[in-house]
Write a protein that binds this ligand. Structure first.
Ligand code: DC
Length: 292
């Protein structure tokens, strides 16, 4: 737990909650002695803050508040095959942070749906399944219901299927808490499409990592071949374009560069250079926005 003082925004919030309750408390509780009313209002304010993770100790005599530690997040969003997975993992490793590959969750949801014969566009059923998926990350391996599916979810078909289920609002909602649960001590580096916009809007550092479609196709083709899968670059370019189109134009949590995200174009730079830039930006992130 750390202590800090109410900043201007919190003070405004405190006063608006206080005066909202100032009006509401007498109506809700009838005739109450003035002393009791003040006690009640003050504690209502306390609990209003409590529900928002900000806990003033005493709003009348003392402005010090207790705020739970919120572990810092580095959110890396970008299009498919931009290299964000490799870069994010290396940044996490360098900082000793946890790592979340959020795309793998959509890939797993799609794989489970295909295996159970559920149509990929059946939002309600895929969402229900996603909520209860037995997923385990064991080192480099990803287990679905105890079975190693690390390679199965990495095919182009699995990526396309993931992109279809990822456009469904109830599926996204079902995976929200799962993703947020990765925010643990001492911090998290995550990659995806909506890390900075929806999952961790308070991330200490937001990156939009991209590269030209040709560079991405080349990297993806190489990756697939290394895994013993067949890949033709022209086909990969076409598939990336289809996926980009779907990820950018969907109504829920579309992929887009946020105004507060650093742009990192990796077309002409190596993964090591990208990692160095992110570490440098992070080192310059003001402590107050790091959340600890
Ligand atoms: O990052 P990836 O290629 O493994 O992601 C697979 C698909 O999942 C991608 O086409 C879009 C979707 N996705 C998403 O919508 N939101 C995320 N945070 C991560 C992935």
């Amino acid at each position: 737990m750390t202590h800090r003082h109410l900043d201007c925004k919190q003070f405004q919030k405190a006063t608006s909650i206080f005066f909202g309750i100032y009006e509401a408390v007498p109506r809700g509780f009838g005739n109450i002695k003035p002393g009791c009313r003040l006690w009640l209002r003050t504690h209502c304010v306390y609990f209003s803050f409590f529900s928002n993770d900000v806990k003033p100790m005493n709003l009348i005599s003392n402005t010090a508040v207790t705020k739970p530690v919120i572990w810092p997040v580095i959110a890396i969003d970008g299009p498919t095959a931009s290299g964000k997975g490799t870069v994010a993992q290396r940044v996490a490793h360098a900082l000793g942070f946890h790592y979340l590959d959020s795309g793998s969750l959509y890939r797993l949801a799609a794989l489970a749906a295909v295996r159970q014969g559920v149509p990929l566009t059946d939002d309600k059923t895929v969402a229900e399944m996603s909520r209860h998926l037995d997923i385990r990350f064991v080192g480099e391996k990803i287990l679905l219901a105890g079975q190693d599916v690390s390679d199965d979810i990495r095919s182009e078909a699995a990526g396309q299927n993931a992109s279809i289920v990822a456009a469904l609002p109830q599926v996204r909602e079902a995976l929200l808490d799962r993703q947020r649960a990765f925010r643990e001590s001492p911090g998290l580096v995550c990659d995806g499409r909506d890390m900075g916009s929806v999952i961790f809007p308070d991330a200490a550092l937001k990156i939009f990592l991209t590269a030209s479609v040709e560079a991405r196709a080349e990297r993806r083709t190489k990756q697939l071949k290394q895994k013993g899968m067949s890949a033709i670059i022209d086909d990969v370019v076409k598939e990336l374009r289809i996926r980009d189109e779907r990820d950018i134009n969907r109504p829920v949590a579309p992929l887009k560069r946020l105004h507060d995200a650093q742009l990192l174009d990796t077309t002409e730079i190596s993964a090591d250079e990208a990692v160095a830039s992110i570490l440098d930006w992070y080192s310059k992130t003001p402590k107050s926005s790091v959340g600890v």
